[in-house]
Design a protein around this ligand. Structure first.
Ligand code: CUA
Length: 348
């Protein structure tokens, strides 16, 4: 009878464990499509990824040893007869020293390897031995706004938003700043998080080894649209990057047709109070610089694809698309929306 009870208990536990494992695998499968720090494409991200695996390995060993001892003790020392108390034990100096020392050693090892990784990452490229030629480094100011990232390339006189372009193999020095509240810049495949703090410049760097599009996400709660404060980083060959730079430095082309009408709507309307378009009277600094808006594949904090439909929807009611953002509903008539879309999509 008692034996039967023990068996059914074991069966329940096995079923519970199966459930937990199934849930865990589903959770991990859900993460598969997300930008993962475990798929690094820069030297810094690789260091972080290696550290993660080492710490995970240590944690796995600790888990197996502790759970193994627990399961062993539960089975080995469980009461098998109903008569009398089991042997009572109190204190074991050698055991107590062992289980104090062992975790202390494990934690010390994790601390030392974490500090080593942090120190390597913190090296500015000019002092890092494997960073290449520091005079060739690219300087980008990444400025957090509620809720989008401004990208300022001071040496190239380029100001963009939402989509960062960098060449492969080049050291990118990133100055992380904020104009309002604390944000956190994080492109998992390119390196660790770093806070964007108003009135303070935090510095980090990366050197991407593989061309591709990598996603960034603000990693510090910064208001209602925190989750929709993303960044797209396009790592391209140095030649492609030079083409992009030339395009960004080019003057805004002359507009014709609807685009020309849209330009007049833009320049004579409230748009100029918040947005800059180089070479025009639009010099607002509140919203994203739109000089080469059409060259970007995303907008509105990199949460919307830059398509005429999406831009039209945005202009019709920005608050409906992304509630809480700083752009008000301007109650534009449909013809002005169409003309503005034509103009904005011509800003290549
Ligand atoms: Cu910006 Cu969260």
């Amino acid at each position: 009878m008692r034996r039967g009870n023990v068996l059914s208990l074991q069966m329940i536990s096995a079923r519970k464990i199966a459930w937990v494992l199934a849930l865990l695998s589903m959770t991990l499968a859900g993460c598969a499509g997300a930008p993962s720090p475990l798929a690094p494409v820069s030297s810094n991200a690789r260091l972080i990824s290696s550290l993660t695996w080492v710490v995970f390995g240590i944690a796995t060993i600790v888990f197996v040893v502790v759970e193994g001892m627990l399961i062993y003790s539960t089975i080995r020392f469980s009461r098998k007869t109903s008569d009398g108390l089991p042997k009572q034990v109190g204190g074991n100096t050698r055991l107590e020293i062992a289980w104090t020392l062992a975790p202390a050693i494990v934690l010390a090892v994790v601390f030392v390897i974490s500090m080593q990784t942090l120190r390597t990452i913190a090296f500015q490229p000019s002092t890092s031995p494997d960073a290449g030629d520091p005079s060739q480094a690219l300087h980008v100011r990444v400025i957090g706004h509620q809720w989008w990232w401004e990208l300022d390339y001071p040496d190239l006189h380029i100001v963009a938003a939402d989509e960062m372009h960098v060449p492969t193999g080049t050291v990118v020095n990133v100055d992380v700043e904020s104009v309002d509240v604390i944000h956190s810049y994080w492109v998992p495949q390119l390196g660790g998080k770093i806070d964007a703090i108003p009135g303070h410049v935090n510095r980090t760097w990366f050197q991407a080894t593989q061309a591709g599009t990598y996603y960034g996400q603000c990693a510090e709660f910064c208001g209602v649209e925190h989750a929709n404060m993303r960044l797209q980083v396009i790592v391209e060959t140095p030649e492609q990057f030079q083409t992009w730079v030339k395009g960004q430095q080019a003057a805004v082309p002359a507009m014709t047709g609807d685009a020309a009408t849209g330009e007049q709507v833009f320049l004579n309307g409230p748009c100029v109070g918040c947005h800059t378009i180089d070479g025009t009277k639009a010099q607002g600094k509140v919203g994203p610089n739109l000089t080469h808006f059409a060259s970007r594949s995303v907008f509105a904090g990199a949460v919307l694809d830059n398509t005429p439909q999406n831009v039209a929807q945005w202009l019709a009611d920005p608050q409906k698309v992304k509630p809480g953002n700083l752009m008000p509903n301007l109650h534009l008539p449909q013809n002005q929306i169409d003309e503005l879309v034509a103009f904005l999509e011509s800003l290549k």
